[in-house]
Design a binder for this molecule. Sequence first.
Ligand SMILES: NC(=O)c1ccc[n+]([C@@H]2O[C@H](COP(=O)([O-])OP(=O)(O)OC[C@H]3O[C@@H](n4cnc5c(N)ncnc54)[C@H](OP(=O)(O)O)[C@@H]3O)[C@@H](O)[C@H]2O)c1
Length: 330
Amino acid sequence: MEYTTLGDTGMEVSRICLGCMSFGSSDWRDWVLDEEESFPIIERAIDLGINFFDTANMYSEGESERVLGTALEGYDRDELVVATKVYNPVSSDPHPNETGLSRKTVDQELRNSLGRLGMETVDLYQTHRWDYGTPIEETLRALNDAVRRNDVRYIGTSSQWAHQFASALHASDRLGLERFVSMQNHYNLVYREEEREMIPLCNREGIGVIPWSPLARGYLTRPHEQFIETTRGKYMDNTRFADRIDTYRANGGDTINERVEEIATRKDATMAQISLAWLLHQDAVDAPIIGTTSVEHLEEAVAALEIDLSDSDIEYLEEPYGPVGIDGHE
Ligand SMILES: NC(=O)c1ccc[n+]([C@@H]2O[C@H](COP(=O)([O-])OP(=O)(O)OC[C@H]3O[C@@H](n4cnc5c(N)ncnc54)[C@H](OP(=O)(O)O)[C@@H]3O)[C@@H](O)[C@H]2O)c1
């Protein structure tokens, strides 16, 4: 395994982060594994040297945090970096203060997350989206207090507009509060809108970039016409996510998918590995957050660290891309 520091912090994270949205309860989404089936994947990740795990209070309505916490019980907590998130409603019938980033919600949800994880401290506590209803200063003060209480080590954030993120960093500096150290954003070969504003901002500010859906929710792992035959593809096709498949396929996406397949064949690798290798070659990227329900796919992801893409491979993969609609935030 390769390790890197997360942004400008000194904390070392594996270059592959295991996303835990796929662990928890199959009642939540049909592509999610229940507890017993989740354990072998988390255990294999640790065997492979992965020390970085990402979950959220909302995944499987809290079950993802509980399953992750239980799976990690037998391991040395000091060796692991655990990240979770707050903002989205946890239950299907949320009360008003279950959602958003007010001090009340942040305090309550952090306590609930620590309880489910069975941990005293979370290494990285992330705001899942921008809260248009709470001043960023209130959220930052609540997060700063959580760090002072030692409930949280570092604070991070996720998809939003670059101008919003810039204003949050500025508010921290102005008020002498903890700064966000990481940006968890939607970034992959068929969704590169983040390269316009967000990634240059992160580079300038020393922010760690940890992309979500690095395989475009599975779209980049197989020829495009096969994607909607998968459980995840069918789920997307039948829900509000259907237009996200169109976004991936729009403006060059299908051609990129074909080029990923072509390079995979040439290099005797899988499409998932080529797509991940492209992200791992991006200077700004610390650790893609991969989602998988299979030990074999997890092993493939780790092996992608060894794939060398030439400048011309990278140019060939990138060349068909054209602007697409925003997917990940409002
Ligand atoms: N901050 C946010 O707003 C946000 C949003 C979405 C996700 N996330 C985070 O990002 C993580 C990953 O998200 P994601 O699941 O959408 O990401 P993803 O890694 O882009 O896609 C996962 C899909 O790719 C498939 N896949 C993975 N490796 C494969 C391989 N080698 N061959 C074939 N198929 C393969 C998986 O199927 P198998 O299960 O069969 O392997 C799964 O259906 C989540 O767990 C979560 O932690 C954050």
